[in-house]
Design a binder for this molecule. Structure first.
Ligand code: BG6
Length: 272
């Protein structure tokens, strides 16, 4: 695990999954939620922080949910400190038998820690003649003081797949999103930034993204929390996932020789 301290913030990144588990600005509450029940057994994915979801999103018959990238030990290729004190770590996904089901590719992940947390997933198709099709998602779990006191803005009028109780296509209304039951939604064809307004902390977290057509909003709520072995029964009150990626109909079809870069920048400010 890498521990990073900058003039603005601290961060922790596990090589297992290239998984950011903590980002905290000095004098602010942690930005990311990490479950007290996460297993950290180097087998199961870490519950919380920012799982790197690649090369598929969601369940696949006979295969692990959300792809294999989040359960591989990534190689650290480079750690650099910029003139302004920003720290950047560059990881590379090691070869694995699972990757053999795809045309040859390189996946790199670049995390920059400063006043913000910036994460970039770069995928290069090394095949000479075959498209590389994949889904990706930076599955950010945000820490919130009280789920009942947050609202999410930035998804007004966007179509989404509602995955609670079967898959239904819906359209988001005009108002901010509030969460008072299980939410599992894949918003499609949206490049817009989103914000999480946390009235109890007086904090606004902003999620800015590039090359991401999908935003996923997830909170397991009471019943699902109880069914998850690596998640506390009451922890649904302290988190919300607002994830950035390219999933389902927004999957990436990458021509031979090309690179695709998913970039997400998280920032926050205290408003009162
Ligand atoms: C979300 C999915 O992104 O991740 C949910 O939309 C899923 O359906 C959740 O339950 C957590 O997935 P996992 O595999 O980490 O338990």
């Amino acid at each position: 695990m890498l521990e990073i301290t900058t003039a603005w913030s601290t961060a922790e990144i596990y090589l297992f999954g290239a998984h950011v588990t903590n980002f905290k600005k000095h004098d602010e509450a942690p930005m990311l939620f990490l479950s007290q029940c996460s297993r950290f057994d180097s087998i199961n994915p870490i519950r919380g922080g920012v799982p790197v979801i690649f090369p598929w999103f969601g369940p696949r018959e006979g295969l692990p949910a959300h792809g294999f990238a989040r359960t591989k030990i990534w190689e650290v290729k480079e750690v650099t400190t910029a003139m302004d004190g920003s720290v950047t770590v560059r990881f590379r996904l090691p070869d694995s038998p699972e990757a053999g089901a795809y045309p040859p590719f390189i996946a790199e992940y670049i995390v920059t820690v400063n006043e913000h947390l910036t994460m970039e997933l770069l995928v290069t198709n090394r095949s000479k003649d075959t498209n590389l099709e994949y889904e990706d998602c930076l599955h950010t779990y945000f820490f919130v003081e009280d789920i009942a006191a947050i609202s999410i803005v930035g998804l007004k009028g966007v179509s989404y797949l509602d995955k609670v109780g079967g898959a239904t296509q819906r359209t988001e209304g005009d108002g901010p999103i509030r969460i008072s039951s299980e939410v599992d939604r894949v918003y499609l064809d949206t490049n817009h930034p989103t914000e999480i307004h946390d009235a109890r902390l007086g904090r606004v977290i902003r999620v800015e993204k590039t090359n991401s057509a999908s935003t996923v909003v997830w909170n397991p709520w009471i019943n699902k929390a109880q069914q998850m072995p690596d998640f506390g029964n009451d922890e649904y009150q302290k988190m919300v996932c607002v994830e950035s990626g390219n999933v389902g109909p927004n999957k990436i079809v990458l021509p031979p020789g090309k690179t695709s870069r998913l970039k997400v920048t998280l920032s926050s400010k205290i408003e009162n």
